[in-house]
Each structure stands twice: as structure tokens, then as C-alpha cells.
Design a protein around this ligand. Structure first.
Ligand code: GUN
Length: 295
């Protein structure tokens, strides 16, 4: 069994980006600038956004955190989005999800300039991704593909079962894994909450990508020997014995399932850190594209 070490690979990617940014600086070019908009005080979102901004600083990007109060109206948020679209200094930005219930998420994501949409959530970018066109691929699926690539995990002709059909992970990764390419060329089954025979499907899977958000859902008796496991779940489970009052766990019963797996991602330290690295990669791409457009 080999651990797909997202922490290690994400550090490699960040080092690669750091070198590129230093070269940009030497050439007297503007360094990439990522902005993040956070509405409200959701604990997990605060952690993720904080981590994204800290990573920017470490690798030499400029970064801006726009933290708005929970009671921000949809109109006010749309105005922020509009300002970011028109700010030439910002190369890319994200609006951290989930948004408070009184804000229409779709309306906000639609308002983001696709050229600055480093999350790859805008329908233009999602559509381009689905059509194999060059675009911003959402950070989590992009991170999974990069992890498979760097560990040379064989995906061609394999049966990949994706659990979860979210717009951010399940749906896009099911498309990417079935696309021509390496990684890719996989036969994909997309399972979700209405799937009737999930265990039958996962037992046939060479690769299971679980993005469900149910702690320790995937058990040892649901997978075959030699399976590759990508665990996208990151759930905070309340636990008074921990300093923070919770511990983090994935969708996979790691202890037991890892004994049967060829490759497996740990939680934490698997897909999570890759997500941040790929967001930075997308921001670098955004900067490079803006440079190319100007010249
Ligand atoms: N919430 C959970 N994951 C993500 C992500 O990748 N981007 C944004 N903007 N919000 C998220």
C-alpha cells in the first residue's frame, strides 16, 4: 500500500510556483494577486480561506482577504464581485462557499468574470472543462488529477466509481476521469444518494473517489483488494477530548480500508492540501494569461 501524500506533493507544487514567481519578479513583472471573499464566520470556511491567504504569502503572491459580515446582502456581495472584476490588480479571486442562505449562490457565481474565476465554478469554465478546452479546472478535481499523475496511478481502462455528484467535486471529477488522457481514459460510474446498489458498484471499482461528507462511510467490505482510494471527505466530528473540540475525518474507514488498498489518500494530508496548491496554480495561470493578452 502506498499513501498518496497530498501534503508532500502540494509542497512540491508550491515550491515550483515559488520559483516561477521569483523569476517573474526578476523580469520586473507583476506577481499574481489572488483575492478571497468570505461572507460570515463559518469555522471551516475561516480555516480554509486563512490557509489560502497564508499560502499566497509564502510563495510570493499578493493576496487580499475581503471578509464581509454574515448579514451582507446579495446586492452588496454582487457589488464586491463587480469591483473585483474591474480591478486590474486582481488576477483571480474566489468567493468562498457555502454562502449564507439569504444569498443566491448561483447568481453570485454567474457574476464572476470567467477570466478571473480561479475556482473554475462559472458555467463558461465548467463547460470548457467538460469539452476538453483549456480553462480553470476546479481546485479539488484538479488536485486529484495531479496527485494521480505524480504517483503514476494507472487509470486507463480502469473502473472508477465516484460517490457524490456535487458541482464542485463529484460531477467534475467524473468528467475528468472519463476524458481522453492520462490520468483519464477511465470507465466512470457516478453514484449518489439515490443509487440503489452502491456496495455492488464499489466492489467492482478499481478506483473509488468519495466526496460524500459522511465520516467513515466507506468500509473494508465495500472495496476489493488492490483498490485505489481517493477520500475527498473532510468532516469535523465533535470531540470534547480534543483541544479544538473536534477531530477531522474522511469518508473512508482508513484503518481497515488501507489494508486492502494499493493507493490511498489520508485525511487530513491527502486531497485537502492539493486543493490549495491547485488554486495557486490557477492563479499563476490567470496572471500568465493576463500577461499574454496585454502583449
Ligand atoms: N468551499 C469548499 N470548497 C471550496 C472551493 O474549492 N472553493 C470555494 N470558493 N469554496 C469552497
Amino acid at each position: 500500500m502506498e499513501i498518496l501524500d497530498g501534503k508532500k506533493v502540494s509542497n512540491q507544487i508550491k515550491e515550483e510556483i515559488t520559483v516561477e514567481v521569483a523569476q517573474m519578479k526578476e523580469r520586473g513583472e507583476k506577481v499574481p494577486h489572488l483575492a478571497a471573499v468570505l461572507v460570515g464566520n463559518d469555522g471551516a470556511s475561516l480555516t480554509y480561506v486563512g490557509s489560502k491567504v497564508r499560502s499566497c504569502k509564502k510563495i510570493g503572491f499578493d493576496s487580499t482577504l475581503i471578509h464581509l459580515p454574515e448579514e451582507t446582502t446579495e446586492e452588496e456581495l454582487l457589488e464586491q464581485v463587480h469591483n473585483l472584476n474591474n480591478d486590474p490588480d486582481i488576477d483571480g479571486y474566489i468567493v468562498q462557499l457555502p454562502l449564507p442562505n439569504h444569498i443566491d449562490e448561483e447568481k453570485v457565481l454567474m457574476a464572476v468574470d470567467p477570466d478571473k474565476d480561479v475556482d473554475g465554478f462559472h458555467p463558461t469554465n465548467f463547460g470548457k472543462m467538460a469539452l476538453d478546452m483549456e480553462t480553470f479546472i476546479s481546485a479539488t478535481p484538479f488536485g486529484i488529477m495531479e496527485l494521480l499523475k505524480r504517483y503514476k496511478v494507472e487509470t486507463e481502462g480502469k473502473h472508477t466509481v465516484v460517490i457524490g455528484r456535487s458541482h464542485i467535486v463529484g460531477r467534475p471529477i467524473s468528467i475528468l476521469m472519463s476524458q481522453k488522457g492520462n490520468p483519464g481514459n477511465s470507465t466512470v460510474t457516478l453514484a449518489h444518494s439515490r443509487t440503489k446498489n452502491l456496495k455492488e458498484l464499489t466492489l467492482q471499482a478499481d478506483i473509488v473517489i468519495s466526496a460524500l461528507g459522511v465520516p467513515k462511510f466507506l468500509k473494508e467490505d465495500m472495496v476489493k483488494e488492490g483498490v485505489t482510494i481517493i477520500d475527498v471527505g473532510i468532516t469535523r466530528v465533535p470531540d470534547d477530548s480534543k483541544e479544538k473540540g473536534y477531530y477531522i475525518t474522511g469518508d473512508v474507514d482508513y484503518e481497515a480500508v488501507s489494508k486492502k488498498a494499493s493507493y490511498i489518500t489520508p485525511v487530513p494530508g491527502g486531497v485537502g492540501p492539493m486543493t490549495i496548491a491547485m488554486l495557486l496554480k490557477n492563479t499563476l495561470l490567470a496572471r500568465e494569461r493576463h500577461n499574454t493578452k496585454k502583449s
